[in-house]
Ligand binder design. Structure first.
Ligand code: AMP
Ligand code: GLY
Length: 421
């Protein structure tokens, strides 16, 4: 279920799974149509999704984005005994409510930034006095990645609170979480869980700002690479022990076991890794680089996860680094141009893979149909080589109304150059 670059990568990998005989994508996109039969189901119409699964003997449903998970689609499917990869509505609160996750961290002793939950402008202004700049303000609910404000001054923070309680993010902003600012490098860590067992599923680093050198507004992500060497095996073990394991155990103990992928956004601080936030689905575009590296049968792994048999499977990732560059439509993230023509040329000739994130076919021609349009993904023995291969593929594409960052992976490329000296 889904139509973005993350879902294209999942569909591409599921189609390669020896255990997957037939794959549908709903609604899918022109890229996914090469790997799956696209069907137009409305994810919010649970009865329609169930009816389709029953009449097509679907063995496993994989839900890509957070909105249908938070909306309880996994619960509706499971109630009909349709195996589903993705958490229940109650467990998806780990992404759906920032306050819920912060309270869980407090109960379970999980390292994270100190915080206060506030339910009115007055309460928030009062609570702000207990923090120092920079101020971190978060709309509690889903806000399409736009609900977080880092304010450098009290005035900016006050203005952001006015916006949030004034309805800028709708219902998502009816509660606001104010947090301590954490300093460090960010990394993403993924783990599958069936509610009890945990299967580490790789690391990645995203690039959230729209411009080179991490400038300009936040986006859904402009590029990523995996693995993230900053997350050393020692740090990864610490994240599992201090963050992932207590989360899974607490969710189970409290009667809302979490099943699916847990995506931990981490800040690697001087005091150790701390949780920034959880997402209840794969990262987009982090998923694209994970899928490039995965060598195991994804359908088998996801089915085992959905059926509570995660201990029966393993996940094998290749040793190569994968890197993806997002080609976005001019104007993204504020007002992306739609309809620009795209010619993929020989982008995939050298082994790169172009995942479709926001495209559609118009009279047989591929055109842009979203903010993030393509995810140009390549592999190499290290970040430097993967970056070169990805930008070679980017340069083979003709998309005159699009743009990309030119520095995806640059921090790690610099570290690799330093080490090579
Ligand atoms: P989120 O949408 O929750 O991922 O937050 C967006 C970005 O805000 C994160 O990727 C971080 O860069 C930043 N951020 C969120 N919370 C904090 C925090 N407590 N301290 C520092 N930066 C933060
Ligand atoms: N790339 C960030 C996210 O998927 O939330």
């Amino acid at each position: 279920m889904g139509s973005g670059g993350r879902e294209h990568a999942l569909a591409w990998k599921l189609a390669q799974s020896p255990s997957c005989a037939k794959l549908f994508a709903s609604p899918g996109n022109p890229g996914m149509a090469q790997d799956a039969e696209c069907v137009a189901l409305d994810a919010s119409d649970h009865a329609a999704v169930i009816a389709f699964c029953q009449s097509n003997a679907v063995d496993l449903v994989v839900i890509g984005p957070e909105a249908p998970l938070v909306d309880g689609l996994a619960d509706s499917l499971r109630a009909q005994n349709i195996a589903t990869f993705g958490p229940s509505q109650a467990a998806a609160q780990l992404e759906g409510s920032k306050g819920f996750t912060k309270d869980l961290c407090l109960r379970a002793g999980i390292p994270t930034a100190g915080y206060v939950r506030t339910n009115s402008l007055d309460e928030a202004q009062e609570a702000l006095l207990g923090f120092v700049a920079p101020y971190v303000l978060k709309a509690d609910g889903l806000a399409a990645g736009k609900g977080v404000v880092i304010a450098e001054t009290r005035e900016e923070a006050e203005a952001a609170l006015l916006d949030m309680f004034g309805g800028k993010f709708g219902e998502a902003g009816a509660e606001v979480v104010i947090e301590e600012f954490m300093q460090g490098e960010e990394a993403s860590f993924f783990a599958l869980t069936d509610g009890t067992a945990i299967l580490p599923f790789g690391s990645a680093q995203d690039h959230k700002r729209v411009g080179d050198g991490d400038t300009g507004p936040n986006t859904g992500g402009m590029g990523a690479y995996s693995p993230a060497p900053v997350l050393t095996p020692e740090l990864e073990a610490q994240v599992l022990r201090e963050i992932i394991e207590p989360t899974v155990a607490t969710m189970r103990a409290e009667g809302t076991p979490y099943s699916g992928v847990l995506y931990a956004g981490l800040m690697l601080t001087e005091a150790g890794p701390k949780l920034i936030e959880y997402n209840c689905r794969f990262g987009d575009p982090e998923c694209q680089v994970l899928m490039m590296r995965l060598e195991s049968d994804l359908a088998e792994i996801m089915l085992a996860c959905a059926e509570g048999r995660l201990t029966e499977v393993g996940a094998h990732f290749g040793t190569q680094t994968a890197l993806t560059v997002v080609l976005a439509a001019n104007g993204y993230p504020e007002a992306p141009d739609k309809g620009g023509s795209i010619d993929l040329g020989g982008a995939e000739a050298g082994g790169a893979k172009v995942f479709h994130a926001g495209t559609k076919l118009a009279d047989g021609a591929l055109i842009a149909n979203g903010g993030r349009v393509l995810n140009v993904t390549a592999t190499g023995p290290n970040v430097t080589a993967a970056q070169e291969a990805a930008y070679r593929a980017v340069d083979a594409i003709n998309f005159p109304t699009g743009f990309c960052r030119r520095d995806i992976g640059q921090k790690e490329v610099a570290r690799e150059a330093e080490r090579a000296k």
